[in-house]
Design a protein around this ligand. Sequence first.
Ligand SMILES: [Cu+2]
Length: 164
Amino acid sequence: MSILRALAAAAIVFCAPPSKAQAAATAPRLAADKAWSRPAAVGSNAAGYLTLVNRGPADVLESVASPAAARVEMHGASMAGGVMRMWSEQRVAVPANGSVRFAPGGRHLMFVGLKHALRSGDRLPATLHFASGRTLAVELRVDAGGAPAMGPMHGAMHGPMPGM
Ligand SMILES: [Cu+2]
C-alpha cells in the first residue's frame, strides 16, 4: 500500500465516531474509564484507548505492560492538514484532579506483538505504572464499535517507523 493511500485510509478511519462508553474500573485515586481496543490478529499491533482519571495529586504515567503483548508503548498522534504524525512518549503527565484521554486520532497505548488474537468481547489486560509508585490494573474491552478495524492499518503505519 502506498504511503498516500495509507494516509488517506487513516484519515477516514480517524474520522470515525468514538466508541460508546464502557464500564469504569475502580480505583481510589487513579482510575481508567472507557478502556477499549479493537479486534486484531495475533502477532499484530493494537491501539488501546482509555481515559485516565486522577483524583489525587499530579502523577506521571511511566510505563505500561500487558501479558497479552510483547510490549506496550505510549504513543502521541496528531492529524494536521490531512497528515497524521505519531511519536513515542516515554512519560505522560497526569494532572492533579484531572484526566488524560487516550483516544482515536490522538494519544494511545500501542500493544505491540499481540500474543493472541483480540476478538470482540475479549478483555485485554494491562498494568499502568506511575512515577509515584502506584500501579493501575485495567482491562480494555475489545469492541469493533461499528467502525472499520484500525488494527491492521495502525500496524502498517507503525511498521516502517524507525526506532519503534
Ligand atoms: Cu501508535
